[in-house]
Design a protein around this ligand. Structure first.
Ligand SMILES: Cc1cc2nc3c(=O)[nH]c(=O)nc-3n(C[C@H](O)[C@H](O)[C@H](O)COP(=O)(O)OP(=O)(O)OC[C@H]3O[C@@H](n4cnc5c(N)ncnc54)[C@H](O)[C@@H]3O)c2cc1C
Length: 288
């Protein structure tokens, strides 16, 4: 049955107006869940995959809807809609975000879905997670012990974190930094079968000083960085040969899953092909 045809069960909804009110509400009841844009959780509740006792609606927290551009960082509030993020002119200087917008679901979803919700789902469907992982982004959380900043990959590795995500920070665009994203999806939906992002920083001689590679199904069908590929690239000059070596390393490092939409070997081949294409683009853009 389609989620849109199912009815929501009766639910209490709380409407905090501040970050601290929202966090207090979460810790007061163990069966409480946040709802941000609602594009993920509402379908799950309708399908009875989740049964929260109470929903905490974050949409009234205006203080979490912002994009602050600083010299080295861009800080984005958790309630910022994805459409607003994609259309920000500084964010769009990252080629990865331009590609992400082009390959994203229809605008109705991008208008509703939020940055915080896309991170909290921890889902292989979240293209944003893939881009943010490759960029080595930090997220800011408000948990029982107060505010905390942590690397996004650490957050994903720790499954039992119960906290309000308040902010994500990513590197500001710069001429020696390239960020790319690509994905393969079925013709009738934007659901990513395989999505991958590459973030490279080079010095004046073309030597890679930072390499970030992440895919939506990198480890048993979960979004993750592919650190063996990153280590291979780090400290080397960005050349076509290096890209080919990195493709081979990716083919022995990524562990995509099989499901009804695609077998694992297909996803692995797709990741390798997309990665090669992005690597060659990076050589053209950054290689010396
Ligand atoms: C038809 C369709 C097509 C889609 N296509 C794409 C696509 O092409 N690419 C893609 O990347 N994604 C796609 N998505 C997924 C979509 O991006 C996610 O559903 C969305 O990002 C979730 O954000 P949200 O704000 O709606 O989260 P919600 O549904 O409101 O919440 C999701 C989860 O996050 C938790 N949560 C929300 N905010 C916070 C917070 N600040 N702190 C802690 N926990 C929080 C909630 O409790 C809930 O468990 C698609 C979804 C649909 C329905």
């Amino acid at each position: 049955m389609f989620p849109s045809l199912l009815r929501l069960p009766e639910l209490d909804v709380l409407t905090p107006e501040t970050v601290s009110e929202a966090a207090k509400m979460l810790f007061r009841r163990s069966d409480a869940e946040f709802v941000a844009g609602g594009t993920d959780i509402i379908a799950k509740i309708k399908m009875r995959e989740m049964r929260p006792g109470v929903l905490i609606d974050l949409s009234g927290i205006r203080e979490l809807d912002y994009i602050k551009v600083q010299k080295r960082m861009i800080k984005v509030g958790a309630m910022t809609p994805l459409a607003k993020l994609f259309s920000n002119r500084y964010v769009r200087k990252h080629q990865a975000f331009k590609a992400l917008e082009e390959k994203f679901a229809p605008p109705i979803i991008a208008n509703m879905a939020t940055v915080g919700g896309s991170i909290a789902t921890r889902s292989l469907v979240s293209d944003l997670l893939v881009v943010l992982l490759a960029m080595d982004s930090n997220i800011r959380l408000l948990g029982r012990r107060g505010h905390q900043t942590m690397k996004l990959d650490r957050f994903l590795a720790r499954k039992n974190i119960r906290a309000l995500i308040t902010e994500v920070s990513l590197p500001a665009p710069s001429p020696n930094l390239i960020t790319l994203f690509d994905k393969i999806h079925p013709s009738n939906s934007r659901y990513p079968l395989a999505s991958i992002s590459l973030c490279l920083k080079v010095d004046k001689r073309g030597k890679i000083t930072y390499a970030g590679v992440a895919a939506n199904c990198a480890r048993n069908g979960e979004p993750s960085r592919i650190t063996r590929v990153e280590r291979l690239m780090l400290g080397k000059k960005l050349t076509e040969d290096l890209v080919e070596d990195a493709v081979k390393r990716l083919q022995t490092s990524a562990q995509p899953h099989a499901d009804f939409m695609a077998p694992d070997w297909y996803r692995l081949e797709a990741l390798a092909t997309l990665f090669r294409r992005m690597g060659m683009k990076a050589v053209k853009a950054l290689g010396v």
